[in-house]
Design a binder for this molecule. Structure first.
Ligand SMILES: Nc1ncnc2c1ncn2[C@@H]1O[C@H](COP(=O)(O)OP(=O)(O)OP(=O)(O)O)[C@@H](O)[C@H]1O
Length: 240
């Protein structure tokens, strides 16, 4: 579904992504992990076409994204910090985006209901708490029933109830055959929903494996212990 081939990106002399090769398929929930500054957001932005690679290519459903920007309508993106027209209400923002995407055949408003947003959708975006803003971002990422979901720190700032609602939604969408790509530093949040782990360090792909394979190779049973073991040992892909 997403094929990344020799992807390299530098900012001046600094190499943020270094020869990344990855093949991601529908039905996978891929946790994109690595220390601060390891290149996770740069990789996500490259897939979204917000960062232009200097070398390599990204294909989505067989088409190179550089020449076909319409692929973006297939991606739901939840950014780390959502930026919206601050003088609009939640209701107006949702209505505006539905208007922009009139072509969409099925609006998925399940999260809007589960987060109980209709009760507060008269509020202005500028007055929302951080967690409520995250809920709006989550609703917008799922709204157009995209085939691919890219969620950057999705549970950050959410209360435990909202966090469980979102994790449950992610798991169901994956079961429906969507490809979900998630970054989070809260590994306990990823435990139940992750099928595969991509681990980056200093812009290099250290590992791309199923959670089961990683648990087996490290002898650990919890995702946070598996990742801690990897971070300490700096082992390379072939070691896993
Ligand atoms: N536009 C830019 N200009 C210059 N350097 C950048 C730019 N964007 C990212 N970088 C650098 O590239 C490296 C990778 O950044 P990136 O945001 O991808 O890391 P990350 O893994 O998402 O980090 P975090 O876990 O802190 O969110 C960092 O050293 C960052 O400073």
């Amino acid at each position: 579904m997403i094929r990344i081939h020799h992807l390299t990106k530098s900012f001046k002399k600094f190499r943020a992504l270094d020869d990344i090769n990855l093949q991601l398929e529908r039905g996978q929930a891929v946790s994109l992990l690595g220390p601060n500054g390891s290149g996770k957001t740069t990789l996500i932005k490259s897939i979204l076409g917000l960062v232009i690679p200097e070398k390599g290519s990204i294909h989505i459903n067989g088409q190179e994204i550089r020449s076909h920007w319409s692929y973006r309508s297939k991606i739901g993106y939840m950014p780390q910090i959502g930026r919206y027209p601050e003088n609009m209400t939640i209701r107006q923002v949702l209505a505006m985006l539905r208007e922009v995407r009139k072509d969409c055949k099925h609006y998925d408003e399940e999260l809007v209901r589960l987060f109980d947003l209709p009760a507060i959708d008269h509020k202005l975006m500028r007055n929302l708490s951080g967690g409520t803003r995250q809920k709006v971002s989550a609703c917008l990422a799922f709204l157009f029933s995209p085939d691919i979901l890219i969620l950057d720190e999705p549970t950050a700032g959410l209360d435990p109830v909202a966090s469980e609602i979102l994790k449950d939604k992610i798991a169901r969408e994956r079961a429906n055959g969507k490809l979900v790509l998630i970054t989070s530093h809260v590994l306990s949040d990823l435990e139940d929903i992750t099928s595969h782990v991509v681990y980056l360090q200093e812009g290099k792909l250290i590992c791309f494996k199923t959670v089961e394979a990683l648990k087996e190779s490290t002898g650990q049973h919890q995702l946070n212990k598996v990742i801690a073991a990897m971070m300490q040992t700096h082992l390379h892909e072939n070691d896993y």
